[in-house]
Design a protein around this ligand. Structure first.
Ligand SMILES: Nc1ncnc2c1ncn2[C@@H]1O[C@H](COP(=O)(O)OP(=O)(O)OP(=O)(O)O)[C@@H](O)[C@H]1O
Ligand SMILES: [Mg+2]
Length: 403
């Protein structure tokens, strides 16, 4: 990273284009605004939404890059067999590369698979290879199958204290579009959940089910888990629909939603094909600027207090037919998210969507419930619990029983 003095930057007029150009120069010079305040401890955020294509990966890699460019030490964990985050960060992830699969399944130390991301100081990545596609099945027979990422991260922290130049500030985990064991591992490893929501008609499809699973994991496996951040993505300011969806989301998720929205931007979607984030691909673009701003906002507000952001379990999804997203009767009063309001919120807003249960991969909701029930010693009904190995209670992470 260049360390040119401030005076090297040319003076520019105070116009939007000039400001964008100036930001671009600063990004390229490795110097974007004031450094962010360091969080008091490493913040681990799981970026989850089982709906596909809502911007999980794009948000993970660009937020991570934006945080790193503003002085933070950031690790991206690619937990999606598609390996999109690895691609976007220009990190090798062909079959022979040591990857997060080896960490989860073989128990390889995380620090042995983490690599530096080229071109952005302070940004690191644990890549995913195609092997990870089999991990959902392989994990089932392993001891403490839900806590393996948490265990690896804890060991990484200990290793980092001795071998790294300081601890990490952020860990962002990019989840696959499902609620299987990989996502459960991420939820167990992180206190914070970041939900990207696409500003489209079916925006909240499945969010109710995600919140139910967050609540289950919180109850049985990770008491610190909470939804700390919601980010509106692919916002198209020209459409009323985007504004309506954003309004709806803000009404119900209140302070959890970042003020910054990420616009729909061609530059954002082009960047991965160059193995780059938009932060380096086109640092002056609106997409890059919005992720810089979102990162700053996220860092400044810090982890929200658990009390105000705990997600709630909405009622079981009904077969309510879709209705317009802005139906006034669907709105709960704007107040901090409580169990009741969240339930109303999600069920009301998800009335715009098909049933969350229908949107789930077959059996995955029951799977999480069964896992949680097993973990707490409660017998769980249904095929996913049948024949499932007993889960070792938290804290007793012994050797693998992997065959
Ligand atoms: N703000 C944006 N503007 C334009 N295109 C975007 C934006 N955000 C994401 N995209 C594009 O939308 C597509 C889906 O985004 P992304 O891969 O981040 O979603 P995802 O939730 O990670 O998907 P999956 O569920 O498959 O993992 C990608 O082609 C991406 O480039
Ligand atoms: Mg993705």
């Amino acid at each position: 990273m260049t360390d040119a003095p401030e005076a090297d930057l040319p003076e520019l007029d105070d116009t939007p284009i000039a400001r964008a150009a100036e930001t671009a120069l600063r990004v390229l010079a490795g110097r974007v605004g004031d450094p962010l305040p360091r969080p008091p401890h490493t913040r681990v955020l799981t970026v989850a939404n089982q709906k596909g294509g809502v911007g999980k990966t794009t948000t993970t890699v660009n937020l991570a890059a934006a945080l790193a460019l503003q002085g933070a030490e950031v690790l991206v964990i690619d937990l999606d067999p598609q390996g999109n985050a690895s691609t976007a960060l220009g990190v090798e992830h062909h079959a022979e590369v040591p990857s997060i699969y080896d960490v989860l399944i073989e128990g390889q130390p995380l620090h042995e698979v983490v690599v530096a991301v080229e071109g952005i100081a302070g940004l690191w990545c644990a890549p995913a290879t195609i092997d990870l596609a089999g991990a959902e099945i392989e994990l089932v027979s392993l001891v403490a199958r839900e806590s393996r990422l948490a265990k690896a991260l804890a060991a990484y922290s200990t290793w980092a204290e001795e071998h790294r130049d300081g601890r990490l500030d952020y860990v962002l985990v990019d989840c696959p579009p499902s609620l299987g064991l990989l996502t459960v591992n991420a939820l167990v490893a992180a206190p914070e959940v970041l939900i990207p929501i696409q500003c489209e008609y079916y925006a909240l499809e499945g969010v109710g089910q995600l919140l139910r699973n967050v609540e289950l994991v919180k109850a049985h496996l990770n008491p610190h888990l909470h939804v700390s951040t919601v980010l509106l993505t692919m916002y198209d300011a020209r459409t009323r629909l985007a504004a309506q969806v954003a309004d709806e989301v803000r009404t119900h998720f209140v302070d959890t939603v970042l003020r910054t929205t990420v616009p729909r931007s061609v530059r954002i979607s082009e960047a991965p094909s160059y193995g780059q984030t938009v932060m380096t691909y086109d640092p002056g673009s609106t997409g890059a600027l919005s992720y810089l701003e979102a990162a700053r906002e996220m860092a400044l507000r810090g982890a929200s207090t658990e009390a105000s952001t705990v997600p709630s379990v909405p009622p079981a999804p009904s077969a309510t037919p879709p209705s317009p997203p802005s139906a006034p009767s669907a709105r709960a009063p704007a107040a901090p998210m409580s169990t009741a309001s969240a339930a109303t919120a999600v069920s009301a807003v998800s009335a715009t969507a098909v049933s969350a249960a229908n949107a789930m991969p077959a059996g995955s909701a029951r799977g999480v419930e069964a896992m949680a029930a097993e973990a707490s010693g409660t017998p769980a009904a249904g095929p996913s619990s049948a024949g499932g190995s007993a889960v070792v209670p938290e804290g007793s992470l012994e050797e693998d029983s992997h065959e």
